[in-house]
Design a protein. Sequence first.
Length: 343
Amino acid sequence: MIQNLVRPNINRLTPYSSARSEFKGKAEVFLDANESPYETGYNRYPDPLQWKLKQAISTLKGIAPEHIFLGNGSDEAIDLLLRIFCEPGADHIIILPPTYGMYRVSADISNVAVKEIPLRPGSFQPDVEAVLAEADAHSKLLFICSPNNPTGNSIRPGLIRELTKGFPGIVVVDEAYIDFSAQESAIRLLPEYSNLVVLQTFSKAWGMAGIRLGMAFASEEIIGYFNKVKPPYNINQLTQEAALKALDKQEAQEAQVKQLLGQRTLLQQYLGGLPFAERIYPSDANFLLVKVEDPTGIYNYLVDRGIIVRDRSRVTLCEGCLRITVGTPEENERLFRALVEFE
Ligand code: PMP
């Protein structure tokens, strides 16, 4: 029963409904929302439920629009999940470090405790027994990042299933990097598990981090809770239009992903040949986790040459590691030329 997991105050809310949607096609004069009457292309509030965009995403993903929530980045979906399910001071979330930092940031902002069950060293796969042993009635959310940031690996589908089956709260599979992976999306598990939420984003493979558009896929019931708590106009009109345009040119996105994957392989080979590179972790994402002899030295050396990577060497289980995003062929070439000269 999902309803029993939701905070009581959320259950009492009703979703925002706009007169614009209610009277669509039935009225011509809208004097209800204190908008400017002067046509600018943007003088009206945008569609609060983004139906046109959801229909296009529905076609792409093979899932009905009623199972989709759109957020101001997937970061907004993460924040709303905390607010829907976690009672501050009483409930907690479970995360599997090393992982994406925003789960903890959102929990900290909401005054919700965080329990950490580290991924297994080396394989970076979850310890299912340890997670389920830690879970109780106050474990409202479990965040599984697959492919995981910053390690780059996907979480094995069998383990995602076991966790979703055994976890008493909501399991959130964050698939921000899924389009760079050969692994199938957990979206296909939605009909089986009512406690599953899958997150994706336009920020990575779609190349649209600037428009801030994230997606959550879940049961109609869970999407209903998102709609109760979201700000009425969380996706602006420019974003809705830009996303629709991009979805219309899907081949361009696919070609870019293909090129990026080629560059990822090249970069893996390049970096593997460097004497100070101790380990290049396999990646299902658009970045590589690289263990080096002197991470801080290399980081500063690259900064001096105008190249910024991410120093993850102080993150538990990522000791000695840099996280390097795959760039254009020219950018990767420049990185490589700089690294070859490092002593
Ligand atoms: N999840 C993961 C795993 C990420 O790495 C990121 C961004 N770095 C996000 C979510 C946030 O994505 P968005 O831009 O959609 O808020």
